[in-house]
Design a protein around this ligand. Structure first.
Ligand SMILES: [Zn+2]
Length: 321
């Protein structure tokens, strides 16, 4: 089989869609969707996704050589596994998306959107994920969705965890720390992200990992990802999760800034870094008569972006836990 990434970027159905080696059996399910079932019985299943945003190439470059080694039998894996390249059409163009941000459409939210590349793709991904979790009965389900952020950040690597009523698997949180994440952000509301979808619908422990700044294929400084890379390889091999010297700083979302009208103004510089602090009383955004102000002693901004479509999120505000 040619490299999974190359084959996905070419956009052709492979001539051979299943195969095996001494470690297990792989199956190509769909463009950019591959599964691997180890011969040895395992009680854990892992969904590894990347390329949900087509310009975020570093995690793709990081993961794909390992996937090729898995297919060729050079390496094994201690999980039943699904690998997903989220948005192949956008990856081909190295753009965040072709028509609309796919990471707002999960959980059936695509129904509210007109036909587009992403609307079609998200339906396929929802079906594939459903098929994957129901193909086994493992007691542990994890989903790691790997991204890079658009802007600079006071925490270069961080995780965003979907809202869930239950507490998180402590091993999962420990692994995120061992992967070099400096901060963990806990959402307080449902969202249209891939990680929220797998958490809500399939009770997976899920996280969106932001692993540095987005750059084109070939321009990524992969040494910045060494810690995450090693932790991922150890996880896949079934190695015990090491203790971390410094626990990630935890944050929870206090408010969302939504662009509700064309009058929306975000009172932040274009190049505001993620996790920039703002003091109590600061007016962050206004939209006609509505205002977002800092209500806690100090709040920190995440993903500020005034140029989103109407009705979408122009930024999150956080507080430290
Ligand atoms: Zn992304």
């Amino acid at each position: 089989m040619v490299s999974f990434l190359t084959q996905t970027l070419v956009g052709q159905r492979p001539s051979v869609t299943t195969g095996g080696n001494s470690h297990g059996v792989w199956q190509w399910w769909e463009e950019g969707v591959l599964t691997f079932t180890p011969h040895k019985a395992v009680d854990q299943a892992l969904l590894l996704s990347t390329g949900i945003h087509g310009n975020e190439t570093a995690p793709v470059e990081l993961l794909m050589p390992w996937v090729d080694n898995l297919l060729s039998g050079k390496t094994g894996v201690a999980w039943r596994l699904m690998v997903v390249l989220g948005n192949p059409a956008a990856l081909r163009e190295q753009r965040r998306y072709v028509h609309t941000d796919i990471n707002r459409l999960f959980g059936g939210r695509w129904r509210q959107h007109p036909d587009s590349t992403e609307r079609e793709r998200v339906q396929i991904l929802e079906q594939m994920v459903h098929r994957f979790w129901h193909a086994g009965a493992e007691s542990r389900r994890w989903h790691l969705d790997m991204h890079t952020a658009i802007r600079d950040s006071f925490h270069p690597r961080f995780g965003v965890l979907p809202f869930r009523a239950d507490t998180y698997d402590t091993e999962f949180l420990r692994w995120l720390g061992s992967a070099g994440l400096e901060a963990l952000v806990f959402h307080q509301q449902p969202a249209g992200t891939f990680s929220h979808f797998t958490s809500e619908r399939f009770n997976a422990s899920s996280c969106t990992l932001e692993l540095g700044k987005a750059r084109p294929f070939g321009d990524n400084d992969l040494t910045a990802f060494t810690e995450t890379h090693h932790a991922l390889e150890a996880l896949l091999a079934g190695a015990p999760i090491p203790d971390v010297a410094t626990e990630p700083q935890r944050y929870r979302v206090t408010q969302q800034m939504i662009r509700q009208s064309p009058d929306f103004i975000l009172h932040m510089a274009e190049d505001t870094w993620n996790f920039t602090p703002f003091m109590k009383g600061t007016c962050l955004a206004e939209d006609g008569v509505r205002q977002n102000c800092v209500e806690k002693e100090e709040e920190y901004v995440l993903f500020p972006n005034p140029n989103v479509a109407l009705g979408l999120r122009a930024g999150l505000m956080l507080e430290k836990i």
